[in-house]
Design a binder for this molecule. Structure first.
Ligand SMILES: *Cc1c(COP(=O)(O)O)cnc(C)c1O
Length: 458
């Protein structure tokens, strides 16, 4: 069999500046050791996020030119609505400017103070929007997700027993059940169709809504096709349709599997929830047929959703991520396995076992990778986990991960070779780093975006 490769070629390029280690050491100090403060020109390979960083196709750019900018009822809105209906089966669509805006609008309807929102590990903005309403996001991910070396094909799965126990004791207080697919926080790990089906049964048993955080629904469908019994011969589109048929609604960050630079939406089965959410959409986002997007944005998104659900694209996408993972493994770097769909996660507690958790080994690794190769990546650990909203103590999640998220269609495998070599170099000298960082400034919520840090011990 021939290897998978990109089902597209390059039409336009964007030059990158190759900085020196000396330059980067100055820049990261000036950025107060927070990579969100770096200028993108100070970054050589940007693995900060796969969100809004993908390359659009010529067809998406063509769609941009034919966007309809009418305030109400635009052709581009109806085109997007039709595409979403075709892919998900959902009748009702509310465009939003991005994923967290979809959360804000939908949770304004669904989440009340003191309620619980159980699911697999919630994404940070999702958790933020739940906690902002003084509700609680309850993590019911399977235990296997927290052992980075344990093989399991669907590490994003919900622990159905745990969810059932929670329902038995507190169903009255549960707002709805949320499944994030793939599960970003647990390492871009997929959720199986069988698991979604079981969660659906519980939702029905207790009369609750089951909502999908659908940011990477297409990558999830690819894993179902390639890993789950009985799906090998099914098309991605039919798997996508089956997945969504088990849910009552979706929030979507189109910056992921919509392959656009900005955008999002809410899609719903139920007219009543749609109507209630519509009021909030008009207040927070914009009128119902644009919700914070230009007509051309919606046109590009409709095309992007079609491209993101093509098998050949998904295969080259997920294979490129795995290619980086294998290369890093070759250098002995402790990475989460199996590899996620959009990113490779390094286990920072294994990379820097000598650095105490209070000194943020994950962030220490982020800084070292930047210095080593101008690679920007993200801490998914104690800094992102933030403080407990009640006790204000630091939360230490089970895993301290560093995420190298791969933008869609933007980098070649030569970039992956370079990045893996830089990570390998940092790993070789890891024992020399004895201390981490301390916070000198932090915001009360979602602190990792704006925090400032300084090295401990000098
Ligand atoms: C990115 C993301 C969001 C938030 O979407 P934005 O477009 O960044 O606002 C929510 N959930 C998941 C799983 C995500 O990856």
């Amino acid at each position: 069999m021939l290897p998978s490769c990109e089902p597209y070629k390059i039409k336009m390029i964007e030059p990158l500046y190759r900085s020196s280690r000396e330059e980067r050491e100055i820049w990261i100090r000036e950025a107060r050791y927070n990579i969100f403060n770096l200028k993108s020109d100070q970054v050589f390979i940007d693995f900060l996020t796969d969100s809004g960083t993908g390359a659009m196709s010529d067809r998406q750019w063509a769609a941009i030119m034919s966007g309809d900018e009418s305030y109400a009822g635009s052709r581009s809105f109806h085109g997007l609505k039709d595409t979403v209906k075709e892919l998900t089966g959902f009748e009702y669509l509310l465009p939003t400017h991005q994923g967290r805006a979809a959360e804000n609008v939908l949770f304004s309807v669904l989440v009340k103070e003191g309620q619980l929102v159980p699911g697999n590990a919630h994404f940070d903005t999702t958790k933020g929007h739940i906690e902002f309403r003084k509700a609680i996001a309850v993590d019911c991910t399977i235990d296997e997700a927290y052992d980075t070396s344990k093989p399991h094909p669907f590490k994003g799965n919900v622990n159905i027993n745990k969810l059932d126990e929670l329902m038995k004791s507190s169903a009255d207080n549960v707002s709805f059940i949320l499944i994030t697919a793939t599960c970003n926080t647990a390492g871009g790990q997929p959720v199986s169709m069988e698991n979604i089906r079981q969660a659906r049964k519980l939702a029905d048993k207790y009369g609750k809504l089951l909502i999908i955080d659908a940011a990477r629904f297409a990558e999830n469908a690819y894993f179902i096709k390639t890993r789950e019994e009985g799906y090998q011969t099914k098309s991605i589109r039919s798997i996508v349709l089956e997945m969504f048929s088990l849910f009552d609604g979706a929030t979507m960050s189109a910056k992921k599997d919509g392959i656009v630079n900005i955008g999002g939406f809410i899609a719903l089965k139920d007219k009543k929830i749609y109507q209630e959410a519509s009021t909030f959409n008009i207040m927070f986002e914009g009128f119902l047929t644009y919700g914070g997007q230009a007509g051309r944005d919606m046109a590009a998104l409709a095309q992007g959703l079609k491209e993101a659900t093509e098998f050949d694209y998904l295969e080259s996408r997920v294979s490129q991520v795995a290619y980086l993972g294998e290369k890093m493994k070759g250098y002995g770097v402790p990475v989460q396995e199996p590899f996620g769909g959009h990113a490779i996660f390094i286990d920072a507690l294994k990379f820097f076992p000598q650095i105490p958790r209070e000194e943020f080994p994950g962030q220490t690794l982020v800084v070292e990778l930047y210095k080593a190769g101008g690679i920007r990546c993200a801490e998914i650990g104690s800094l992102m986990a933030d403080r407990d909203p009640i006790t204000r103590e630091n939360r230490y999640p089970a895993l301290e991960l560093v995420r190298l998220a791969i933008p869609r269609r933007a980098y070649t495998n030569n970039h992956m070779d370079y990045a893996a070599a830089a990570v390998g170099q940092a790993f070789e000298s890891a024992q020399k780093i004895l201390r981490g960082y301390r916070l000198t400034s932090e915001a009360p919520i979602m602190r990792h975006f704006t925090m400032e840090l300084e090295p401990v011990g000098n």
